[in-house]
Design a protein around this ligand. Structure first.
Ligand SMILES: [Zn+2]
Length: 405
């Protein structure tokens, strides 16, 4: 164990043991007394908190970043711009990783080590201050220091590939709705809107409409502003016995692209067009934000599921995607000029049931943004998707006797 990892553990243990009785309730970040600023060639992170909170500090590589975990922090009115005031920090994100765990991730301009990290508590007010000092180091020393010490107190239970529950014949079509991004990963951002918020609203509206429509039941992978890693979304879908999965997104294609309207993606193992490639890139990168290297586990789960998926669900996913596009058009929703797209998206790869990704609109397009912001605008998209799902269910019903032979 490197010295720094040890230091981080000690800090956690001291903080946890000495003041455990103070950790009830939620520590609020005081924006006015919090800042990320340069200190010589290094960096200082200063966080003012309403009360002490268990925390840990570690670094990650590719790109170099400082990760701070808390149990947990109410970020209040904090924004990236109010907190970040440093040339040696390239980016800053924060949010909830899962219930009870908040994370702050700061992009570093180069290899740096944690020189010092500590929490002080004011004995009269009980307010706490966490200060982390970062100093430049060599790439080799940085590479040797990165990574979170494995700790069951902080790490999530590993995802397991559960067998889906047995289906009752003639039961409702279970529709897994998967609002993209969330928590520490806001997704695309434009005009003061976060993709994560807009697709959550759309997901909730759609879930309600699906349940109302009859013959179908909706389940959400997230119903709050929390980060859900891809493999966990998959586990949730399988546990729910999902018949189909619809991931909801509203990305930005490029800064100056005015492309608008909804489009539906299915998995393509083949060549990509440029627009699909950019979307694929963005989605595959978002899991980096979690700050943990889950590559090994990810791959195992994905491989198992992909083997299951390969023969069965490709044609059904295409059928579902086509039905959704037809539904959107019939309901008068704004549909992209090229509404059917293909991409090698991880969220689609990991499915052993038909799954599609719906770009409900593009956040770079002001009209799409306005539509997703308003209940009325969302209603057309919701009506179209419900219609598409009903058409898909009817097609599957018609095919059922053939499958049973
Ligand atoms: Zn997205």
């Amino acid at each position: 164990m490197s010295g720094l990892r040890f230091l981080a553990l000690i800090l956690l243990l001291v903080a946890g043991a000495a003041r455990a009785q103070d950790f009830a309730g939620l520590a609020r970040l005081d924006v006015a007394s919090s800042q990320v600023r340069d200190a010589g060639d290094g960096l200082v992170v200063d966080l003012g908190l309403s009360q002490p909170v268990p925390y840990r500090v570690f670094t990650m590589a590719d790109p170099a970043r400082l990760v701070m975990d808390f149990k947990q922090v109410d970020w209040g009115a904090t924004t990236r711009t109010t907190l970040l005031n440093a040339d040696h920090a390239t980016d800053l994100r924060f949010g909830q990783v899962r219930p009870g765990l908040s994370r702050l991730v700061i992009g570093l301009s180069g290899p740096m080590l944690v020189k010092q990290a500590g929490m002080t508590v004011d004995p009269t007010t009980d307010q706490a201050r966490i200060r982390v000092q970062m100093q430049p180091t060599t790439p080799a020393a940085f590479a040797a220091s990165v990574g979170a010490p494995p700790d069951p107190g902080w790490d999530a239970a590993p995802p397991t590939a559960l067998p889906p529950p047995p289906k009752a014949p003639g039961g409702p079509l279970i529709v897994m709705l998967d609002p993209g991004h969330g928590g520490i990963d806001p997704g695309a951002q434009a005009g003061g809107d976060k993709e994560a918020d807009l697709v959550l609203k759309l997901g909730r509206d759609l879930a309600e409409a699906i349940d109302r429509a009859g013959g179908m039941k909706a389940v959400l992978t997230r119903d709050a502003d929390v980060f859900v890693p891809l493999e966990e979304r998959m586990t949730l879908a399988r546990a729910a016995g999902a018949d189909v999965m619809i991931s909801l997104h509203a990305d930005i294609l490029t800064e100056d692209d005015t492309t608008g309207g909804a489009s539906v993606y299915t998995l393509s193992p083949g060549a990509l067009d440029a627009a699909s490639e950019r979307t694929a890139e963005r989605h595959d990168r978002s899991d980096l934000l979690r700050g943990l290297d889950l590559t090994g586990q990810d791959d195992t789960v994905a491989t198992v599921l992909m083997d299951l998926a390969r023969q069965e669900t490709g044609p059904e996913s295409v059928m579902l995607a086509d039905a959704l596009v037809a539904g959107l058009k019939a309901a008068g929703a704004d549909v992209n000029s090229r509404p059917r797209r293909e991409a090698p998206l991880a969220v689609l790869k990991a499915a052993d049931f038909p799954s599609v990704l719906v770009e409900a609109g593009f956040l770079s397009n002001p009209q799409d943004r306005a539509a997703l912001e308003s209940e009325k605008g969302r209603a057309a998209i919701v009506a179209g998707l419900v219609r598409g799902l009903q058409a898909y269910a009817a097609q599957m019903e018609a095919k059922a006797p053939l499958i049973r032979q």
